[in-house]
Design a protein around this ligand. Structure first.
Ligand code: ADP
Length: 623
């Protein structure tokens, strides 16, 4: 039992004992009172009857001298044991059985005497001045007996008897009463103790069971207890309660497991804060965005988070306006990452709490933004590239509507229209080829064992007329021929593109060299020219679609700006690469590197020879 706390059983014990003691005292007092009254009533009847009887004898007395009256009172006392007093109408005591008449005071003031003198039977109870005892007095008038020596009228005969429950008698039985009360109190304590024990034992059993449940978190269930009928529902309720709590705990545990799995699996960064921007919860994706550990930031203010960027401001707006906020922000980890942020006030669960907060979902849209930019740039570039030939064709067809044109001029105009439509066709074909190579090349790329020498030879034949026009010699340098696995048509196309550029940008009467070799599981084809070279700043961009070093000059030379993009995609489709080494005023070397064994997922099948200007034929039968 804990100190300072009062035991309910000890309290019960005291109260029950007190109640029984008080009840006993009251009972004894009432019992004494009632029996006293009954005794007085019955005794006064007897005394009255005796007084009346004595009065008859007294009346028959020949004289009423003091000596004869004294003899009479002694006679009656002897016969009845009552105290007998004879008083005259003036209150003077004429005879008294317990004392001498002379020693007695005037009795006119005694209530029983007063009543008797009024011819009524007088009854009174009081402590006697003569005997000092609690006494019952009964007095009657004895008519017709005239006192001889005195003047007053009739005599009053008074009988008296001591009562047992007077002050003295109570005093005598006081010890007995005290013993009785102590006995009853002890008995009641004993009974109360037994009763308490009967209640305490099953309650202790219940307490033990409840403690067991508390220790085992309700997992280890106990059988129903053997309890008194009244306490059985308590045991059943305890079991039902534990069952409920256990069920709830199980459900909550499952729910929180599901929640944390969702949080862990979510690709989006998730963060929840309270109203003072203190971080309540985050998920791995969020921690990855901001390069922090979950434990390190939980409970901290969002403002303390390095590179939190616009996040605190977004949350503040969401909390103050109590609405959803959609925004975007940048973080800088290994370059810029663009994040889309959707913040919303927390649901009711948290709103019920003292400090409602907000939750935000952060999606990485870096790649999406990049693709979107590529898409818009691409559309703008294609439109730009096609606009010039379309405008030329439109202009010349309008001019040709003039009937006055000579056949020679018409022929010249038609040649210009044809040239521009060819250029448009070339742009469209190049775009088609690019899109086909880009769209999952492994689905359509068919490969075969190819001879490096044959591919180079074939590419040179394709560009030979143009080389001759500019008097440029194309030399080949190789130690020996070798075989590698590739789509020969596409590799030849890549080489033709590189040779086309070399021829286009090299001065007349110069030299172009093609080298091919095999090393460390890779084959390499290099095309070297002695043209103007490419500035270092442009070298990173020349493989992008429509990129030109000298925008104005290159368009007039007939390039589409897609040649190198196609080369790069062909190399990538073969799981290879393309590189450039170039110095302004010295020339450029473009090198394609491809794996000897070919790309992993390619289909091994013979394909027809590629024709750059007819991409329908440039791909295998799976197209
Ligand atoms: P284009 O059809 O315009 O040649 P490419 O994609 O083949 O487009 O080339 C992109 C740009 O790279 C060209 O416009 C040119 O400025 C530059 N370039 C490509 N090859 C060479 C080269 N051999 N010498 C100098 N510049 C080159």
């Amino acid at each position: 039992m804990k100190s300072g706390k009062t035991s309910i059983f000890r309290k019960n014990l005291i109260w029950v004992a007190l109640a029984i003691v008080v009840a006993t005292i009251v009972f004894v007092a009432v019992a004494i009172n009632i029996s006293d009254r009954l005794l007085i009533e019955s005794s006064s009847q007897v005394l009255l009857k005796t007084a009346n009887l004595a009065a008859v004898t007294l009346k028959n007395q020949s004289n009423a001298s003091e000596s004869s009256l004294s003899g009479f009172v002694q006679e009656v006392t002897g016969a009845t044991t009552y105290r007998v007093t004879i008083i005259d109408s003036s209150g003077k005591v004429l005879a008294e059985s317990e004392a001498t008449a002379e020693s007695m005071s005037n009795h006119l003031d005694r209530p029983e005497v007063k009543a008797a003198l009024e011819a009524k039977p007088g009854v009174a109870v009081r402590k006697s001045a003569t005997t000092g005892k609690r006494t019952l007095y009964v007095a009657i008038l004895v008519p017709g007996l005239e006192p001889q020596n005195d003047t007053s009228g009739p005599l009053v005969l008074r009988l008296a008897m001591s009562l047992p429950f007077g002050a003295g008698s109570l005093k005598r039985s006081q010890a007995l009463v005290v013993y009785l009360i102590v006995f009853i109190a002890l008995l009641s304590v004993l009974v109360s103790f037994i009763l308490n024990r009967q209640l305490a034992t099953p309650l202790a059993e219940l307490k033990k069971k409840a403690e067991h449940y508390a220790k085992s978190s309700g997992k280890d269930r106990l059988p129903a207890l053997e309890l008194p009928e009244e306490l059985e529902p308590l045991d059943a309720t305890l079991d039902a309660m534990v069952e409920q709590i256990h069920k709830r705990a199980y459900e909550n545990e499952n729910l929180s497991r599901v929640y944390s799995s969702i949080l862990d699996a979510a690709g989006e960064g998730i963060i929840a804060v309270d109203s003072s921007l203190r971080i309540i919860e985050t998920n791995p994706a969020f921690c990855e965005f901001f390069a922090v550990g979950r434990e390190e930031i939980i409970g901290k203010s969002l403002i303390e988070l390095t590179d939190a960027g616009a996040l605190p401001e977004i949350f503040s707006r969401c909390l103050s306006e109590k609405t959803e906020v959609f925004s975007q922000m940048s973080i800088f980890r290994n370059g810029e990452r663009r994040l889309k942020v959707h913040a919303s006030p927390l649901s009711q669960v948290f709103q019920a709490a003292e400090k409602p907060g907000a939750v935000a979902v952060l999606s990485d849209i870096t790649e999406l933004s990049r693709l979107e930019k590529i898409r818009t740039d691409f559309v703008a570039n294609v439109s730009h590239e096609l606009r010039t030939p379309i405008q030329v064709i439109q202009g010349y067809t309008e001019l040709m509507q003039d009937d006055t044109l000579t056949p020679d001029i018409t022929k010249k105009y038609l040649a210009i229209v044809k040239h521009n439509s060819k250029r448009m066709e070339q742009i469209v074909n190049d775009l088609l080829m690019l899109s086909r190579i880009e769209n999952n090349p492994s689905l359509w790329l068919t490969v075969e064992p190819c001879s490096a020498a044959r591919i180079v030879e074939s590419a040179i034949i394709s560009v030979q007329p143009r080389a001759e026009k500019k008097n440029i010699t194309v030399d080949t340098k190789a130690e020996a021929d070798f075989t590698f696995v590739a789509n020969s048509g596409l590799v030849e196309q890549a080489l033709v593109n590189l040779l086309d550029n070399a021829l286009q940008y090299s001065p007349a009467n110069s030299q172009i060299e093609i080298r091919y070799a095999q090393q460390d599981g890779f084959v390499s084809f290099s095309v070297q020219d002695h043209g103007p070279g490419i500035p270092a700043a442009d070298q990173d961009h020349i493989f992008e679609r429509f990129y030109r070093v000298d925008k104005s000059r290159n368009r007039t030379t007939g390039g589409t700006g897609l040649g190198l993009a196609i080369v790069k995609h062909i190399a990538t489709a073969h799981e290879g690469s393309v590189q450039v080494e170039s110095y302004v005023q010295e020339g450029s070397v473009f090198t394609i590197r491809l794996p000897v064994a070919g790309p992993h997922n390619a289909l091994e099948q013979k394909v027809s020879k590629t024709d750059r200007n007819n991409p329908e034929h440039a791909v295998g039968p799976n197209l």
